[in-house]
Design a protein around this ligand. Structure first.
Ligand SMILES: *[C@@H]1O[C@H](CO)[C@@H](O)[C@H](O)[C@H]1NC(C)=O
Length: 300
C-alpha cells in the first residue's frame, strides 16, 4: 500500500508571498516534492521551470486559462460561442505543461452564461463541452498529457459553474470515452454537493487522475475544525489504491504555516513537519495519529 503524495497548490498556499517563484521556493523549503498552480500564465514558463528545478519540485497540475475574468468567465470548456478561445487557451496550457514537465491539465468547464437558466442551456453546453473535450483529448494525447474534469460545487462556491457533480462529470467522460481524460476529485466540493464520500470515492476513484482537499465548510487545511474526518478519508484513498497526488488547495488558517505550529495534530502537517527542524511530537500523538505513522514512513 503506497503512501499518499501531496502537492502544494501555489494559487492558495503561501498567500503572504507574491509571485510564483517565491511560492515555489517556500514550497520546496517546506518539504513538498510537488506543486500545482491554477494559472501560471503571468510568468514565462522558462522562469517557472528554473524556479521549480532549483526548489527541487515538480509541477503536477495546471488549469486551462479562465477566459475573461472581468466578464465573469471561469473557464471556457462548455461555454457556447467561446470554442475558439477555449482552443487557444488549451494551446497555451499545453505549451506551459511541456515546458514545465507537467503531466496534467485541468480543462475548466466554465459557467452558465449570466442570465441564462441552467436547465434551459444544459444540453447545449454539454454538446459544446463534448466537442471541446474530444478536440482536447487529441491534442493532449499527442503530447502524452492527461486532461481533467473538475466538478465545482454550485451550492456555495460558484453557483453558475456548469460542471458540479462527479455523476455529471463521469457521464460526460463516458460519452467522450478517451482514456487520457479523467476526473479531478476535490473532496471539498464533493462533500458540499452530495456528501456520501465513502460511496462516491469508491465509485469514482477508478477514473480519478487528481485529488484536492480542504476542510468543510471553512476551506481551511485538513487539520482545521470542520465536518470532514481526514485521517479516515486519507486512509480510504490509500486503501482504495490511489496512486496520484493530493493537492493542498485550501486557505491556510491561523498564523504562519498551517502546519508550522501544531503540526502533529494534523495528518498533512506531520508529513511536512518531520522533514524540517520540528521536534518529533510526543508519543501519544504518534500512537493515535495514523498520519504521523505514515509521515514517518514517507520520510524514512
Ligand atoms: C452513495 O454513493 C454510491 C456510489 O456513488 C451510491 O451507489 C449510493 O447510492 C449513494 N448513497 C446514497 C445514500 O446516496
Amino acid at each position: 500500500m503506497a503512501a499518499l503524495r501531496f502537492s502544494a497548490n501555489l494559487s492558495w498556499l503561501f498567500p503572504e508571498l507574491l509571485g510564483l517563484p517565491a511560492r515555489l521556493r517556500a514550497a520546496g523549503s517546506s518539504g513538498f516534492e510537488a506543486v500545482e498552480v491554477a494559472w501560471p500564465y503571468a510568468e514565462p514558463p522558462e522562469v517557472l521551470a528554473r524556479a521549480a528545478r532549483e526548489a527541487g519540485l515538480r509541477l503536477v497540475l495546471i488549469n486551462t486559462p479562465p477566459g475573461d475574468q472581468e466578464k465573469g468567465e471561469m473557464g471556457l470548456g462548455a461555454v457556447p460561442g467561446r470554442q475558439a478561445a477555449f482552443r487557444q487557451g488549451l494551446e497555451q496550457a499545453v505549451r506551459y505543461a511541456k515546458a514545465l514537465g507537467c503531466p496534467r491539465i485541468h480543462l475548466m468547464a466554465g459557467r452558465v452564461p449570466q442570465g441564462a437558466d441552467r436547465r434551459a442551456v444544459k444540453a447545449e453546453m454539454e454538446i459544446v463541452f463534448l466537442e471541446n473535450l474530444r478536440h482536447a483529448a487529441g491534442v493532449l494525447a499527442q503530447e502524452d498529457l492527461v486532461g481533467l474534469l473538475e466538478p465545482i460545487n454550485t451550492r456555495i462556491t460558484d453557483p453558475q459553474y456548469f460542471l458540479d457533480t462527479p455523476q455529471q462529470a463521469a457521464a460526460i467522460l463516458q460519452k467522450v470515452g478517451r482514456p487520457n481524460l479523467q476526473l479531478q476529485m476535490d473532496i471539498f466540493h464533493w462533500q458540499i454537493m452530495d456528501g456520501n464520500l465513502t460511496g462516491n470515492i469508491r465509485e469514482f476513484l477508478p477514473i480519478v487522475g487528481h485529488v484536492q482537499v480542504a476542510q468543510v465548510p471553512g476551506r481551511g487545511e485538513p487539520s482545521s475544525p470542520g465536518e470532514l474526518n481526514f485521517p479516515y478519508l486519507f486512509q480510504l484513498l490509500e486503501d482504495e489504491g490511489y496512486k496520484g497526488f493530493v493537492g493542498c488547495e485550501y486557505q491556510p488558517q491561523g498564523e504562519g504555516w498551517p502546519w508550522g505550529r501544531e503540526l502533529w495534530r494534523d495528518w498533512t502537517g506531520a508529513v511536512f513537519s518531520l522533514s524540517a527542524e520540528m521536534p518529533r511530537p510526543p508519543s501519544p500523538y504518534r500512537r493515535h495519529s495514523r498520519g504521523l505513522e505514515l509521515a514517518t514512513f514517507i520520510l524514512g
